[in-house]
Design a protein around this ligand. Structure first.
Ligand code: FAD
Length: 347
């Protein structure tokens, strides 16, 4: 373990261009860094040559320590792993995390702070930005230098190139689907990155009592995580009921895929809202996206248009989903899915 080094604090945009150092706000699970965090590390590469990337991990116990060891050895760009060991960070409440980011920033003076554009990042980043008195740039899909970024607007129908002209640090949330993890050999690193502990003595607990962890309700599932799955099978309102939606789940099981849903299917109560894909749901970019009974509203397409291959089944040949589909079948899903289930081999 090495102590945190004190770096000069940058205060203006001109400093950003001169010296790049990035803090990636990391997530971990089961003793390993989550894949989207590594995408954020990958994104940081594009901020500039010689960028020194630190990953901040927090929580408690052996799972945190294992994740720190993992972070120290799993990506060539990580030059330091910073660990905050405290119960405050276990449940991903935004207030303690935002305060932690502020504390680390005050000591380290990074030019950039990057998080993933998921529910955790979307929760923490604006609060951290407020504490640091800067404006965050969200949903970044491309980075061309320390202060130039591309982000979708109008539900993904246009891309806007924005230049950050604020004070340092520049806070970004990035879409993990736009920065795939690199494939690296297991033994690519001769030396692990150093792991340092955050000194939490200045962590004022009174400032973080604004939210309280109550409970976690999650579904036990063997299926891959929707955000990272290589194959996603999505059902829309046309499924008509939760009972019928089980066809989508069976198909996903056979294909080793994640299940997605449109907002109409979620609102109708067929599936929980953590399966929603789209502008107000999850953004996915799998190798294969299968959409059954999905009209292709712009708010849905905003969440899946970057999929490599899109297959749509819809009984209306004019459905907008066919405009983004690589393969389309005009047909009744109540005939097509049973046939697929019958013909596909068991997994
Ligand atoms: P519908 O639009 O009703 O389409 C059903 C489709 O199924 C139709 O095309 C029909 O031809 C076809 N169909 C019917 N029966 C069959 C059959 N037997 N076999 C085959 N095809 C059949 N939506 C999202 O999905 N995600 C979002 O994140 C999201 N965010 C939103 C944010 C805002 C601010 C707003 C205003 C809307 C948002 N929506 C979102 C809602 C979006 O506009 C659409 O209403 C929704 O995506 C429609 O869902 P759907 O395609 O299941 O239903």
């Amino acid at each position: 373990r090495v102590p945190l080094r004190l770096r000069p604090r940058f205060s203006s945009l001109s400093s950003i261009a001169g010296s790049i150092s990035t803090l990636v706000i990391g997530e971990h699970e089961g003793g390993a860094v989550k894949a989207p965090t590594l995408s954020a590390v990958e994104a940081a590469k594009y901020l500039g040559e010689g960028n020194s990337v630190s990953v901040l991990l927090a929580g408690t116990g052996s799972s945190l320590q294992d994740a720190a060891e993992h972070a120290a050895s799993c990506h060539p760009s990580i030059s330091q792993v910073i660990v905050a060991d405290s119960d405050h960070f276990v449940h991903h409440l935004a207030e303690p995390w935002a305060r932690l980011v502020q504390l680390v920033q005050q000591r380290e003076g990074y030019s950039h702070i990057v998080t993933v554009s998921n529910s955790f990042g979307k929760n923490v980043l604006p609060r951290a930005a407020a504490l640091l008195d800067v404006s965050p740039i969200t949903d970044v899909v491309s980075i061309s230098g320390p202060n130039q970024f591309v982000r979708p607007i109008y539900a993904g129908n246009a891309l806007s190139t924005v230049r950050y002209t604020g004070n340092s640090p520049c806070l970004l949330s990035v879409r993990s689907t736009s920065f795939p993890e690199p494939t690296v050999a297991a033994d690519f690193r001769a030396e692990k990155a150093p792991i340092s502990q955050v000194d939490l003595s200045a962590f004022d607990e009174d400032s973080i009592r604004k939210s309280r962890y109550v409970k976690l309700t999650s579904q036990e599932t063997e299926r891959p995580d929707l955000g990272n799955a290589k194959v996603v099978v999505t059902g829309g309102r046309a499924l008509k009921s939760a009972e019928n939606f089980k066809m989508i789940e069976k198909l996903a099981e056979k294909l080793g895929a994640a299940v997605g849903a449109t907002r109409a299917a979620v609102d109708a109560g067929f599936v929980p809202n953590d399966l929603q894909v789209g502008q107000t749901g999850k953004i996915v970019a799998p190798e294969l996206y299968l959409a059954f009974g999905v009209s292709g509203a712009i708010q849905h397409v905003a969440g899946m248009r970057d999929s490599k291959v899109i297959v749509a089944v819809n009984k209306d040949s004019d459905a907008p989903i066919f405009k983004v589909a690589d393969y389309g079948l005009v047909g009744d899903l109540f005939e097509v899915i049973p046939e697929l289930l019958e013909k596909l081999p068991e997994k």
